[in-house]
Ligand binder design. Structure first.
Ligand code: SER
Length: 337
């Protein structure tokens, strides 16, 4: 089979780096990357071409490419988006809109549905208060969709835009032959944790930051309360879910947007795990009211039963396997060097 042409935006970010590595490992893809930043050394040799700059202004470049799949990962995360709302809207919404228009145009013109993979987020949810959060437990995709943040609003709206461009764009009458539409598929990710990279600008960052600090023997004042609970996932599972969703035949999908989950733990449970492996770790709690408010509006956990049913989703790493088989061995290796 000939190579598939894949675009990865936000390729220099955490998900981007891990995804490009995995696509290259699989083989059979010509990987085009784009990011505001240059590519890090870890993936430089894996990209056939890198387009550096602001996606909103670079979009014209991509009209000449015959993409089979687009992974649109570029985004301004929740904490950062909250202090630069206009910029976040431009990156998160306008960037997505431009790329959706490109995919819709190419799908119709060349009669080949471009697959559009989009990472949405638990930030698309908004729990009105802690009591509702505690009582709700795991939430389904259509519940509590009232985001409290600019980032969450952006993600939820882009899910809707994706559905619009994949189903209704052009508003053809029922008697007319329907055009080929783009194939939009989104995942609502929990907080992601990589042993190799650190996030920046997010609000679930306290999880990975605490663990990386403990491994390096650095003190860490955690910016949320000890009882704060949301769901998390190992980066390899996030990549696995993206690739599974890319591979699944369209007819198996009953929706455009799926929750995926792995394990839900509190900040105190993170601390206990860190102390078990790094007994000298100095982790304190010094909640930041703004960031605390954001995480308090996110559900404790999400119900991913539809992803499990429709395309066989299951994470490889539950909480024990995450720490024992993935994070701790990798991180020791990394910082002991
Ligand atoms: N990890 C993201 C953030 O904290 C949520 O999707 O912004």
């Amino acid at each position: 089979m000939s190579e598939q042409q894949v675009l990865v935006t936000g390729a220099s970010g955490e998900i981007g780096q891990a995804l490009v590595q995995e696509l290259a490992k699989r083989g059979g893809y010509r990987i085009i990357t784009s990011d505001f930043m240059p590519l890090p050394d870890s993936i430089k040799s894996l990209s056939a071409e890198h387009v550096q700059g602001d996606l909103v202004y670079k979009i014209k470049t991509f009209y000449d490419y015959d993409f089979d799949v687009i992974f649109h990962l570029a985004a301004s995360l929740s904490s950062k988006a909250e202090v630069a709302t206009e910029e976040a809207h431009r990156i998160n919404v306008e960037g997505t809109m431009q790329l959706l228009m490109l995919a819709a145009y190419r799908s119709e013109k060349y009669k080949k549905a471009v697959k559009f993979l989009f990472p949405s987020s638990i930030a698309a949810y908004g729990m009105p208060n802690l009591d509702s959060k505690n009582k709700a437990g795991t939430v389904k995709e259509e519940d509590w969709d009232n985001p409290h943040t600019m980032y969450g609003c952006n993600k939820l709206y882009c899910e809707k835009l994706g559905m619009y461009y994949s189903k209704y764009y052009g508003q053809k009458h029922l008697d007319e032959k329907p055009p080929v539409m783009l194939d939009f598929r989104a995942l609502r990710f929990p907080g992601l944790i990589s042993a190799f990279t650190l996030p920046s600008g997010g609000t679930s960052d306290y999880g990975p930051e605490m663990l990386h600090a403990a491994a390096q023997g650095k003190a860490y004042p955690c910016f949320v309360r000890a009882d704060t609970k949301i769901s998390f996932m190992a980066m390899p599972d996030a990549i696995k879910s993206l690739l599974m969703l890319m591979d699944v035949p369209r007819e198996k999908l009953t929706r455009n947007v799926y929750n995926v989950a792995a394990f839900a733990i509190t900040a105190e449970q993170f601390r206990q795990r860190a102390l078990k492996s790094f007994p000298d770790a100095k982790i304190s709690f010094d909640p930041n009211p703004r960031r605390q408010g954001i995480v308090d509006s996110w559900p404790e956990d999400v119900d991913d039963s539809r992803a499990r049913k429709d395309w066989g989703w299951a994470p490889d790493f539950d909480v024990d396997r995450f720490f024992d088989d993935y994070f701790l061995p990798e991180i020791r290796n990394r910082y002991e060097k």
